[in-house]
Design a protein around this ligand. Structure first.
Ligand code: HEC
Ligand code: HEC
Length: 345
């Protein structure tokens, strides 16, 4: 009996100690997890990113930056409304401002599609602007093929990347200094949190230690950096060799529907960001179905892989999807859906 009591007491004591440890443990994690990735990296001895917003310029604010990104214009510090950046687009025509990748350490278009569907976000050609502040290279990979020398200036310079996108992608005008710095100020507010990264507890513990001054700072910085991409890769692909047969993959109608609704309709429904209308009518599906196998400007294979050609500053164009944003499987999914809908009474 006595032994039993002792055992019970010991078990209880252990439980209390365990719960206590668990609690303090969670607390430190919580503190680290709530921090911005950028702040953690600076505290671990990394140099701050060169694109810190310059609040010294009159009128700079994150709110104004948000307006510019989501509405294309804002209240001017000099009175009235500012001029629209682009006649055709806002930044959010092509970029989410919310996180849209489930695992920020890699790209996986199918996982991204499932993620945005769950979050109620559109599925877009541009990478999320959420976390762009934490990247150090832009327009990576094959984008050089599209924009040539323009990319050189933008590759390691977020200001130049924004400039390139405002004038080329959005077919708009260059931003004024106060607008550019406001956009950066806004991007800073949507930079990555430690909790966005999938860092295992054992690593978090080491990082926490290093932050408190008793651990290897540079190793910890490396650890943090291994959990997100500091530049998104971009690979350009061609349409299938034979557009009639397409790729050999069998399409998944359900996924095709998601791509159509979350991506194509985002810009084409009611001609929102385009002069070309698409909707859920049989007419739309019949049209797309007819052109899918053709070698013309209405073939989905064509526009998905090559986009439509921009005429600088003159008109809207459609950005193409890189391999990282639309796989060949997904193109066949879309085709299967279009075919099914076109065939329905
Ligand atoms: C018509 C579509 C479109 C519009 C409008 C647009 N962008 Fe982009 N943007 C893209 C595409 C496509 C890329 C290619 C690289 C990527 O995002 O992965 C890109 C790239 C970028 C990048 C570099 C991202 C990276 O990680 O490489 C930044 C920064 C950016 N855009 C900012 C903006 C801002 C700010 C606006 C609004 C003024 C804007 N964009 C409007 C399509 C667009
Ligand atoms: C970011 C916005 C955007 C998204 C997303 C988008 N498009 Fe487009 N698309 C455009 C714009 C802009 C044009 C240029 C045509 C115009 O406005 O006149 C265009 C052109 C086209 C054209 C050729 C029309 C022509 O007049 O040459 C087709 C076909 C097309 N899109 C189909 C699609 C399909 C299918 C999807 C989904 C896989 C899609 N688009 C996704 C913006 C978009």
């Amino acid at each position: 009996m006595c032994v039993m009591k002792k055992l019970k007491f010991a078990a209880l004591a252990l439980l209390v100690v365990f719960l206590f440890l668990n609690l303090t443990w969670k607390k430190t994690f919580l503190a680290v997890e709530e921090m911005n990735v950028a702040d953690v990296l600076v505290q671990l001895g990394e140099a701050p990113a060169p694109h810190q917003p310059d609040f010294g310029i009159e009128g700079v604010s994150a709110e104004r930056g948000r307006d510019i990104v989501t509405k294309g214009r804002t209240s001017s510090p000099f009175g009235g409304e500012s001029k629209r950046v682009s006649k055709h687009f806002v930044c959010t025509s092509c970029h989410n401002i919310e996180r849209d990748e489930p695992d920020l350490s890699k790209t996986d278009p199918e996982a991204r599609l499932a993620y945005v569907r769950e979050k109620g976000l559109p599925y877009l050609q541009g990478s999320a602007l959420y976390g762009v502040f934490d990247r150090s290279s832009f327009y990576n990979g094959d984008y050089e093929k599209k924009y040539g020398d323009l990319v050189n200036a933008a590759r390691h310079d977020l200001r130049q990347a924004i400039h390139l996108c405002a004038t080329q992608c959005a077919q708009g005008r260059p931003l004024e200094d106060w607008e550019m710095e406001s956009v950066l100020a806004y991007f800073q507010t949507i930079s990555l949190k430690m909790s966005d990264l999938r860092i295992p507890d054992t690593e978090l513990q080491k990082i926490d230690k290093a932050l408190k001054g008793n651990g290897d700072k540079s190793a910890s910085a490396k650890m943090v950096k291994s959990h997100f991409m500091d530049g998104f890769p971009a690979t350009f692909l061609d349409p299938p060799q034979d557009r009639r047969t397409g790729f050999s993959n069998t399409g998944d109608v359900e996924k095709g529907k998601e791509i159509y609704e979350l991506s194509c309709l985002h810009c084409h429904d009611d001609k929102r960001y385009s002069f070309f209308n698409l909707d859920n009518s049989r007419l739309s599906f019949e049209f797309l179905n007819q052109h899918f196998p053709r070698y013309d400007r209405y073939s989905v294979y064509q526009v998905a892989r090559y986009g439509t050609p921009p005429v600088p500053w003159k008109r809207a164009y459609m950005p193409h999807y890189t391999k990282e944003k639309l796989s060949e499987q997904m193109l066949e999914d879309l085709r299967a859906y279009v075919e099914q809908q076109a065939g329905q009474e």
